[in-house]
Design a protein around this ligand. Sequence first.
Ligand code: ISL
Ligand code: CA
Length: 531
Amino acid sequence: MTEKYREFLKLNFYQIYPKSFSDYNNDGCGDFKGITQKVAYLAELGVNAVWISPCFKSPGIDSGYDISDYTDVGEEFGTLADFKEMLDCFHSYGIKVIIDLVVNHCSTEHEWFKEGSKSKDNPYHDYFYWFDEKPNDWKSCFGGSVWQWNERTKEYYLHSFTVEQADLNWENPKVREEVKKIVDFWVDLGVDGFRCDSLDLVSKDFVNDKKCYGPRLHEFIREIFGREKTRGLYTVGECWGTNEQILKDLTSEGRGELSSCFVSGNITHANKRFYLPERWDYDILHRHITKNQEFCEENGLIFAPFFENHDLCRCVSKYADDRDLRYESATFFATLLYTLKGTPFILQGQEFGTPNPYYDDIKYFDDAETRKFYELNKDSMEESELIRRINDDTRDGGRHPLAWDGGLNGGFNDGHEPWLPLHSRYEEVNLENDRRSKKSVFEYFRKLIALRKSSDALINGVFKDLTGDRKDCFVYSRTGEDGEIIVVCNYDRESEIVLPFDVKKITGNYPDGDGKTFRPFEATIYLKIKQ
Ligand code: ISL
Ligand code: CA
């Protein structure tokens, strides 16, 4: 690994969902000025990088992932000058900023589509995929067909997501030129990298009937990011179905593709899609993490661990205990996250243990996927069952206005009705309450992030799984120049865990116990004592 890659390993990311972070001008939608006024808070937490979800011009059908102008910001967030002010503020605190690059598709309100759908000889027609007849029965990620009829040209166009998100035809070199221009625009403005949305979909394989990971994927990505101008950026691709070989090709240093990838090994992602009340299988989690850590180590790759993002619900609810053991659950995941090798990501609110909210009517939900799921199932499923499943898994779960305190609108703004309802538990679970509590999740995150920054073992150290055949805990070591750190993460039941060597406790989420009886979700970090 070169020095540049080692620098990336020092990053720890915080995902800002800008619509729901902080609403400065009190119009119901979070904005750049709202973010700017909270940069000092993020610096106090200790994050040194943020990922800002889409804040571009968009009709908002898929919450900003349907972009109608890539080089301008949405008015609801402020002006480009406000964006720049926010960016400079982050940089003044030494915090790097990456933004979403959503170029598998654009909004049907984008000029390209408005023009291209007019006629077959329009210069923008080839920016999209068109067929006289449906060439296959591919399904949209949100359910239903990917093919939509366009009366004006009497053709079908491809949309992997909503009807209003037309897939861009990357086979057309002009499209790739446009993507480069977008990237360069933001790089010139000063952003430090990109989170590349649905990147695995940009090369399709119609011949072999594959919607993603087509034959030109690597070539396309290299064309965008392998250039002199973009080689220093931190880029993380959203590539769920990546296998080991693809991961290696996508993220090996020197190939000019990506710095890192979000892969499904972090989460039991597949469960989510069906809105099933599945709980985490800890053993699967353990095996996936171990496999990924070892593979990345062997190949000098950067892993991007995370448990939450704007498409997932909250981990304390979905996989642990969001009531009596909410503190223990939230800090258990934090311990895992910050002691693995890679560039960890958290979602806003995770740092004070935000659980899933609950709403009893579909009218309280905004997410395109959730609404589609409701539409597709409302005639065949009992309403109460449908609402229960939606609450359990909706992508809105992590998108509600951030609860800064228990007062008016949770401190998100000064009282204007927010674009999405306040979190149903905001009066109880909010940052202010958490920070006042003796068991503060925020304080634990802050401590852990500081520990990580000061430890060569946690940043560069080699990962080794020490769990053996056990199914009730995850035990591993990280060995760096400054020693060997041992992490014990006990799952949801009490267990006896006796380490076969001497250790000294560095920190943990429970007060000292007897050193061998681990309580539910107890997570402890030790330094191994050299014999
Ligand atoms: O969220 C999912 C399932 O519930 C995924 O299938 C998700 O749609 C997929 O990971 C792609 O996600 C990204 O692109 C989408 C957007 O809706 C998501 O918010 C974004 O993260 C289309 O741009
Ligand atoms: Ca606002």
